[in-house]
Design a protein around this ligand. Structure first.
Ligand code: NOJ
Length: 525
């Protein structure tokens, strides 16, 4: 099947494909889960005015851009990932005027804003779906994926939905047809094979780009290409189609999205959530220099890797290999879908060493709000569980003060387990705190081009150690992490000058690397 070019897109000759000096290569991006960041109106749910009130905190920390999880009107079946209107703001979070104010506040401080665009599915309350559900003759019927039942009257194929052990299809009893939802039944999948859907979704991007936003995080964007056949998956894959759908159509859609983005003067960036973990899969969604697709894509393999030097070294080597020049990797250790890395790794020392890792590798780091405070997950008792995917713990509200509710009034979820010690009031300005470590790392990254642009090579080191060098224009920086519980000598650091250590007590490199310690050192090539 071929599609016509959506209206008013530029042609590839009008846009530049060289991204070697793009802003997002140098940037550190900070993810905010708006419900949990800062609450200006005291209703227990974070909002846009709350985010605006923390811009000086973020500027002082040293991040370059914010990515906000969805802020659009939503019935909140999946806390905003079920969008009912792509071109407005959920009243819980504020108004269009609030997002304009946030954008202005960010741009005045030299920071940028990315929104979370959810292209694979809408809410079942989106007017498009309401119209489509009116019946097979509805003009919008084909905007979603409807199929007749299988011969036995059951769902059209064996795909299962994420979060619930149910089919990825829900029967509409009136028409007798099923609609597809790879996530909740309240999140029907859009049919991108219909050019009107593609054009309408392009319009939603234009709406925000015209307002001045600097780019998007694109939710499960690999799923937008499904083809028309929706065949059965082999049994062992049927439980998680989200991880297996890797259809060529998605690349066509992404190439056209890229042309649209690159035609805007603010150099918008799109980072894709491509939840595909096999070698080379995620990188393939960046396209080629001639035919660009996403600017960046997440690589979730390190986030699924335990605190083990061999496993982490392997994950890093794979990523560096697959995202070699002119491609560019990203690093993410925590987000709103997985337990925080402070919880996964189990100690402050490890979280400190992990901060050094994620902020000194070649690639664009994505920080998850609160990791700079070393936050652990919240412990959510059964009566307070709200997320159908069991992810409430990592979405615990950010504690701004040392008070029991961290400065919140009736927060919508319990606070992180370690909020009493790990809150902004106690940590900001405190020399040995996690916050001070992140600030130092972010400053070092800004001061040393070699940490942002230098090439990266993993080094041969003793077992239990992970080390690499960054080199650029005669500058060489070595980063070494000891992932064991014993001190380790590391010859890679011989003769080097200490720039930063995860252990605040370290003054030089005379002593071996301590358990779960990381250092950054300058060393002449
Ligand atoms: C990935 C998002 O990160 C997750 O939070 C959401 O539930 C699914 N996509 C569905 O939109």
């Amino acid at each position: 099947m071929t599609f016509s070019q959506p209206r008013s897109n530029p042609s590839s000759s009008e846009v530049t494909s060289d991204t070697s000096t793009a802003w997002w290569r140098d940037a550190v991006i900070y993810q905010i889960y708006p419900r949990s960041f800062a609450d200006a109106n005291g209703d227990g749910v974070g909002d846009l005015a709350g985010i605006s009130s923390k811009l000086d905190y973020l500027l002082d920390l040293g991040v370059d851009a914010l990515w906000l999880s969805p802020i659009f009107p939503s019935p909140m079946a999946d806390f905003g990932y079920d969008v009912a209107d792509y071109c407005d703001i959920e009243p819980l979070f504020g108004s269009l005027a609030d997002v304009d104010a946030l954008l202005e506040g960010l741009h005045r401080r030299g920071m940028r804003l990315l929104l979370d665009w959810v292209p694979n599915h809408t809410s079942n309350e989106h007017p498009w779906f309401v119209e489509a559900a009116q019946g097979p003759t509805s003009p919008k019927r084909d905007w979603y994926v409807w199929r007749d039942p299988a011969p036995d009257g059951g769902p059209p194929n064996n795909w299962r939905a994420a979060f619930s052990d149910t089919p990825a299809w829900t029967l509409d009893p009136v028409s007798g047809q099923y609609y597809l939802h790879l996530f909740l039944a309240e999140q029907p999948d859009l049919n991108w094979a219909n050019p009107d859907v593609e054009a309408a979704m392009h319009d939603t991007l234009r709406f925000w780009l015209d307002r001045g936003v600097d780019g998007f995080r694109a939710d499960v964007v690999h799923l937008i290409g499904k083809g028309q056949d929706v065949p059965d998956l082999p049994d062992q894959m049927a439980g998680a189609p989200v991880r297996w759908i890797d259809h060529p159509d998605a690349h066509d859609y992404l190439r056209r999205i890229r042309l649209l983005l690159d035609s805007y003067p603010q150099e918008p960036m799109m980072v894709g959530e491509v939840y595909l973990l096999e070698p080379g899969q995620a990188a393939s969604y960046l396209g080629t220099p001639e035919d660009g697709e996403l600017h960046l894509t997440f690589d979730f393999r390190p986030l699924h890797t335990k605190w083990d030097s061999d496993a982490l070294t392997k994950a890093i080597a794979r990523a560096q290999g697959e995202f070699s020049d002119p491609l560019w990797p990203t690093w993410v250790l925590s987000n709103h879908d997985r337990p925080r890395h402070r919880t996964r790794y189990g100690s402050d020392q490890r979280a400190r060493a992990a901060a050094v890792l994620s902020l000194t590798m070649r690639g664009t780091p994505f920080l998850y709000a609160g990791e700079e405070l070393g936050l652990s997950d919240g412990v959510v008792p059964p009566e307070r569980v709200v997320d159908p995917g069991g992810r409430d713990g990592c979405r615990a509200p950010i504690p701004w003060t040392s008070e029991p509710d961290g400065g919140w009034t009736n927060p919508w979820l319990p606070l992180p387990e370690n909020a009493e010690t790990n809150n902004a009031q106690q940590q900001v300005g405190e020399d040995d705190s996690m916050h001070a470590l992140y600030k130092r790392l972010l400053r070092l990254r800004k001061e040393l081009p070699v940490l942002r642009q230098g090439s990266m090579n993993l080094l041969d080191v003793p077992p239990g150690v992970l080390a690499y060098e960054r080199t650029l224009d005669g500058q060489r920086v070595v980063v070494a992490l000891n992932l064991t519980d014993k001190p380790v000598d590391c010859t890679a650091l011989a003769g080097a000058e200490l720039l930063l250590a995860s252990d605040p007590a370290r003054l030089d490199l005379a002593q071996p690397l301590g358990p779960d310690e990381a250092v950054v050192a300058r060393s002449n090539p």
